[in-house]
Design a protein around this ligand. Structure first.
Ligand SMILES: Cc1cc2nc3c(=O)[nH]c(=O)nc-3n(C[C@H](O)[C@H](O)[C@H](O)COP(=O)(O)O)c2cc1C
Length: 432
């Protein structure tokens, strides 16, 4: 069954999760504060001050349960569903009749869009839930999130992390690079846009493997976008740069100002009654979308080394730097082997805890209990000095244009091999 943003809003309303705000709310500072107060729940603003005809939505992707119910799998099954889609992408069908093109704006004026300003000290109003479709010369389409600082009526400064799809495409293009920024996307499209499959794999084909998706050709650029999204900004990514930032990043700390490529917008299309989608930087939605797609890649890497049963990237570690890996131990060294494999599975991972199958990886108290009762630092700790690490960690060592350097740590909190299990297993009360 197709699964648009609107289908998920209906699901959230039926399940009683949706917060509907009917009083006039201002995208300038007020909306972000309210969304923050409801973090973990979808919020729909029906009356957007200064932007008649628009609604604003945030928080649709702010809990694992929302993805699980959209994809009709239990929470523990999400990792397998994502892995299957990543391994078996299916090209989406093309349509010529697309809701996202119901209205073609006669003029381009980015001030007409209810783009949120989050904090007074931000560089300006920021698009946070926009995904950019580009064509990488020699490879094909690439889809990726890019936060966009609105500069004026036609221009944004984009944050484009080096050496990933969009950056590669821009470097390979002598002139401007056609781009389509899509806003108001389904959960599968949001998830696939945050994946990094090998170059040449279209993320929209991964989204289509998660739930059927149709794409439509843009009006002014040779790119295909999800037909059922809410808003499309067609334009060109240029080689001109402008200061991008400051802005809050995934770690909930301030990211500094750096030059970002300027995007010039040539055409705006949208639905007749459009919903602008926003997400709060550093909060649950940002964290889940960043972290969840890395779980299958860690799972696959650990499974090559020993038997992995689950992986949870945890919000306390900014959903990027920390993971819990659950294994079915089959030999004395499996804990240590799993630590090394987990670091191979996600290059930005900094700390990992390995637990047995009787420990719930999503429950921080249970994981801490496993560390308390199964781990000895002089025996079970792995420390790796001066490793390539995440650009997002403020405590890492960073030099412009180079990959960050960091120390890494793994804790093997599994039961010692061959130990008497009754000494290590939790005694549980019957609950029925
Ligand atoms: C909510 C969210 C915001 C993101 N913002 C950015 C960003 O501003 N710039 C960027 O380069 N990557 C950003 N990312 C990460 C990219 O989407 C991610 O690197 C992408 O998967 C790269 O894919 P690629 O290797 O196929 O290009 C963001 C991810 C999420 C989930």
């Amino acid at each position: 069954m197709p699964l648009s943003l609107r289908d998920s809003i209906t699901q959230a309303r039926t399940a009683g999760h949706l917060v509907e705000v009917r009083t006039p709310t201002d995208p300038h500072l007020e909306m972000a504060r309210l969304i923050y107060g409801y973090d973990g729940r979808p919020v729909l603003f029906e009356d957007v001050s200064g932007f008649p005809g628009w609604r604003v939505l945030a928080g649709l992707a702010s809990a694992r349960e929302y993805f699980a119910s959209a994809l009709d799998v239990p929470v523990e099954g999400l990792i397998h569903r994502l892995a299957a889609a990543l391994e078996n992408p299916v090209a989406p069908a093309v349509t010529t009749d697309a809701p996202c093109q119901e209205v073609v704006e006669p003029d381009v004026d980015l001030a007409c869009l209810p783009i949120l300003r989050h904090f007074p000290f931000d560089g300006g109003p920021y698009v946070t839930a926009g995904i950019a479709v580009v064509d990488v010369p020699g490879y094909g389409p690439n889809v990726s999130f890019h936060r966009l600082l609105r500069l004026n009526q036609r221009h944004f400064a984009a944050r484009v992390v080096e050496k990933r799809g969009t950056d590669t495409a821009l470097r390979k293009s002598a002139g401007d690079l056609p781009v389509a920024v899509c806003i108001g996307n389904s959960l599968p499209v949001l998830l696939s846009a945050s994946m990094s499959p090998q170059m040449g794999v279209n993320e929209l084909a991964i989204a289509n493997a998660l739930a059927p998706l149709q794409v439509v050709q843009c009006k002014t650029v040779p790119l295909y976008v999800p037909a059922d999204c809410e808003l499309v900004l067609e334009g060109r990514l240029t080689h001109t740069t402008a200061p991008e930032g400051p802005f809050v990043d995934l770690t909930e700390t301030m990211d500094f100002v750096r030059p970002g490529p300027v995007i010039e917008i040539d055409c705006i299309t949208h639905r007749r009654d459009p919903i602008y989608q926003a997400l709060l930087p550093g909060q649950l939605e940002h964290k889940l979308l960043m972290g969840m797609p890395k779980e299958p890649t860690i799972y696959a890497a650990v499974n090559q080394a020993c038997r992995c049963t689950n992986v949870a990237i945890t919000p306390g570690g900014a959903s990027w730097l920390h993971a819990v890996v659950q294994i079915q131990k089959q030999g004395p060294d499996d804990g240590r082997v799993a630590i090394e494999a987990a670091f191979r599975g996600h290059g930005s991972l900094k700390h990992v805890v390995v637990v047995d199958t009787d420990v719930n990886p999503y429950d921080p108290a249970e994981v801490e209990w496993a560390i308390a009762t199964r781990f000895q630092a002089d025996r079970d700790l792995v420390v790796l000095a001066d490793q390539p690490g995440s650009s997002l960690d403020p405590s890492g060592h960073h030099e412009p244009g180079k990959k960050g350097r960091t120390a890494k740590m793994g804790l093997d909190a599994t039961m010692p091999w061959g130990a008497d299990r009754t000494a290590f297993e939790k005694v549980r009360y019957a609950t029925d």
